[in-house]
Design a protein around this ligand. Sequence first.
Ligand code: MG
Length: 276
Amino acid sequence: MNFLTFELIGTYHQNNIQPHTTLPINYLTNTPITIQSLSFPCVKNCITLAGNIKHMSRPQTIKAVFFDMDGVLYDSMPNHEYTWIHSLKEYGIDFPAEEAYMNEGRTGFSTIRIAFEKYLNRLPSREEEEAVYALKTKLMSERPKAPILPMMQELLTQLREKNIQVFVVTGSRQPSLVEKLSTHFGVAASNIISGADVKQGKPHPEPYLIAWQRSGLKKEECMVVENAPMGVESAKAAGIFTIAVNTGKLADKVLLDAGADELLGSTKALFNSFSF
Ligand code: MG
């Protein structure tokens, strides 16, 4: 966690800097951001997190696992990478592939605002935001279906056989989400927390706090599996042990700096890390 930036966010509160003011640095991506790209409660939460982040050991008795979806259950990030690059290119933005991974978990509009500010030095209009998002959605619908990541169906099956609760916690709002997760992974609708269930998406802790509340367990009986820095931030801010599985293009350090308690290089390694 970058304490310099933590202090800069604190300065925002003390000096009443107006929203839309550019801060020098984003504590996660080391890129310029604006307050507009973070909700106010999230900023407050980031301060809490920066002050309290603790590395934890894997719980001895696990009773629930909360899985992120993109990049953990499905190898869907290459599709997001492709569609972000090509939708933003229409507006003269050369969006590096790595940015798609760094911003994974943000709302689409938030990613568009960040891209415009960073590469065009201005905010997009509402019409531009909607047009880029519509183009990304269209391109996404034309992409091949994302494959299931290795050993993840087996892992979820094994966990349930051991009476370990399985939840999926995703920012996605795809209408087909419930049917897809039920068909591929046997996850019931009541165990899915989607973008439609939360007021604050990742990196805010709300998505993982909802999963924890639904589990009815103690936090020390739960764990999170994430692949994205903002997902790790969200889970750690919720106070839950977090494994980062690096299935994408980011350096391991990015996930560790986001607060991951354990880092694994593949979903196969994740499966093997459980002693069933
Ligand atoms: Mg993910």
